[in-house]
Structures are given as structure tokens and as C-alpha cells.
Design a binder for this molecule. Sequence first.
Ligand SMILES: NC(=O)C1=CN([C@@H]2O[C@H](COP(=O)(O)OP(=O)(O)OC[C@H]3O[C@@H](n4cnc5c(N)ncnc54)[C@H](OP(=O)(O)O)[C@@H]3O)[C@@H](O)[C@H]2O)C=CC1
Ligand SMILES: CC(=O)N[C@@H](CCC(=O)OP(=O)(O)O)C(=O)O
Length: 346
Amino acid sequence: MIKVGIIGSTGYAGQELVRLLLQHKEARIVWFGSKSYIDKKYYEVFQNMFQLVDATCMDDNMEELAENVDVIFTATPQGLCASLVNSDILSKVKIIDLSADFRIKDVSIYEEWYGITHQSPQFIHEAVYGLCEINRDQIKKARLIANPGCYPTCTTLSVYPLLKEGLIDPDSVIIDAKSGTSGAGRSAKLGNLFCEVNENMKAYGVANHRHTPEIEEQLSYAAGQDMKINFTPHLVPMNRGILITAYGNLKQKVTYDEVEAVYDKYYKNEYFIRVLDKGICPETRWVEGSNFVDVNFVIDSRTNRIIMMGAMDNLVKGAAGQAVQNMNVMFGLEENSGLQLVPMFP
Ligand SMILES: NC(=O)C1=CN([C@@H]2O[C@H](COP(=O)(O)OP(=O)(O)OC[C@H]3O[C@@H](n4cnc5c(N)ncnc54)[C@H](OP(=O)(O)O)[C@@H]3O)[C@@H](O)[C@H]2O)C=CC1
Ligand SMILES: CC(=O)N[C@@H](CCC(=O)OP(=O)(O)O)C(=O)O
């Protein structure tokens, strides 16, 4: 049985980790970390856990945790994991960080986009970007996982095969993205109040969203050259869900069957990536509550562009589900252990 500690178990990503891990046959949560609810029963924060979790919320003592658990998930604000981790801790326990602290290899880019000084740049190189479908072999051996961001997960998985196979011009990629409000976390913010979000849609972070360099880095690996993208996220009045629509110029004429074969080459054996049937566009409602990413594409021969689409649940494949998938790979379990979640609808 894998003993798990969660720092930040009282946030949206943290509570989703709790929900998933409670149903995982090989894992047991022994530490419910929090900042604002220390000494409170976990179920008093989330009543859905009444009679399911009797534990009390604890302070974020990583040193003590490292002595008592096999893996620590940090589902905390940017900068916190980097400020807590050290060599001694990493020698005792595996860490899966849901924040962006170890996702970007160039520390100056991280510091520029996040506006904070990195507290442990010495571990950035060692950290493995936890996108199992692409980095599975490195994840197996990793001590420290940088769990990918929600938009970068959906974007990278939707666009990766075509860049990798050189079918689209890397300089032409434009990504339009939409997210439900849980993507912004549970802490009170004016922009996330019901009347601000309901019956409204808006772009935000236009040309400066902090996921831009993370997406650029991952897509650059696929393309084999440095890439710059346009990335525009939108906030939509839903609880969960991410939908991305990406555009790229085709480098040559291709048929539907040829592109489908490329997606199949990378994803045919991937449990969590569902390449949809011809003509079916991914929808957030068909993946909600699951760890699936639904992807598909349409060739627009009139403009010689290809439109790539992806949908997933930001709290599952975009955060907690992907983190559990990483844990499964790190501990040699079946990759979908505890994650065979059927999407819920309506
Ligand atoms: N929401 C999403 O869809 C996604 C989130 N992420 C990432 O996951 C992380 C958590 O996000 P999210 O759950 O949305 O955020 P929330 O604001 O909902 O939760 C933050 C959590 O961190 C805890 N926390 C805050 N400060 C400290 C501290 N100093 N010490 C210990 N714990 C602290 C909070 O505790 P308390 O509740 O007690 O205040 C809470 O449990 C972020 O890095 C985010 O970028 C990644 C992908 C998707
Ligand atoms: C709707 C919304 O506000 N979404 C968040 C996504 C944040 C997130 O998921 O953070 P990671 O960097 O850890 O992935 C945002 O745009 O900042």
C-alpha cells in the first residue's frame, strides 16, 4: 500500500486528489495538508467526505511527511513546493508537484512569467515533466514530477502528433482555449464570483498567460525547434472542463486517413486519449469527472490549415488524475489504477 501525503488537500486540485485516491486500491492518504483549516476535520471542509474521511487537516511539515509517507503531492500555490523541497527530503520520498515550479527548464523564464524567485533551481533539471503519454520512461525512474498545467496538457496532447511528424508549420500554431472556473482555484477572487462569471465569457491573459512558455517548451520538443505560439484562454461559466481549438498551417497536402494514421501511431494504445470518430468534435461534457482527453481534427483544405481540438476535465487529467497517473507509473502499478473513471453526464 502506498502511503500518501497531500499538501494543499483543501484546494480544488487537492480535494480531487482525495476523491480519486480514496477509490484507489493501492494507495492510502495519511496526511491531509492545509493552511487555513489546520486541526479541523477534513469532512467539515468538504461535507461530501462525511463518513468517508475522519482525518484532521495538518500543517505543511514536509520534513515530517517525508519520514512517514511514500509520496507527497503538493497541490499548492506557485513557489511553495520549491520553497519546501531539499535533497534530504528527495532522498526519502517521491514528490509530485501540481504547481508550475518544476515544469519550465529555464529558470529565468519561470521567474519572468511567474514573477517569483525560484527557491530550488538545483532540482529543475532533475524534475520530469509528468505527461505520461510522452515521458513515461523517465517518469518510471523519477523522484520529482512536475505535473503539467491544465491548458498545456490539453494543448500538447492535441497538437503533439502533428508537430512530431512534421505535418504542420511550427511557426503557425495558434491556440484558443476555454476553461471552467475551478481552474482558478478555490480562494476568493472578485473575478470568480457567480455574477462575474455566470452568463459571461471573456478572454484573459491575452498574449501574456503564464502557460504560454510551458506550452511553447513542450511543443518545441515535439517540433525539434524553438516555437512561439499565440495562446488565448477564455473563462467560461462552467465548473469544470477545458476545450482547446488549435490551428496550424499544413506543410503539405494530406488526407483525413493520413492524419488519422498519425494520431493512431501515438495514441492507439493510450488508455486516456480517445481519438474520436471522423466529424465528432470533442466536448467537455463527455469527459467530465474522468481522466480522458478527447481529441480530433478537421482539415480545412480551403485555407490549407488543420484544426486540432481537445477536451478534458481540468481537475482530473488537467491536475489530480494526471498526478495519480504519474504515481501509478512511478510505483510500477497499472497506469489506470484507480482512474477507470466513467465520465459523468449530465
Ligand atoms: N485548479 C485547477 O484546475 C488546476 C490547478 N493546478 C495547480 O494546482 C495547485 C493548486 O491549485 P488549486 O487547487 O486550484 O488552488 P486552491 O487555491 O483551490 O488551493 C490551494 C491549496 O493550497 C493550500 N495552501 C495555500 N498556501 C499554502 C501554504 N503556504 N502552505 C500550505 N498549503 C497552502 C490551500 O490551503 P487552504 O485551503 O487551507 O488555504 C489549498 O489547500 C496550483 O499550483 C495550481 O496551479 C494545476 C492544474 C489545474
Ligand atoms: C480558469 C483559470 O483561471 N485557470 C487558471 C489555470 C491555472 C492552473 O491550472 O494552474 P497551473 O499552472 O498549475 O496549471 C489560470 O488561467 O491561471
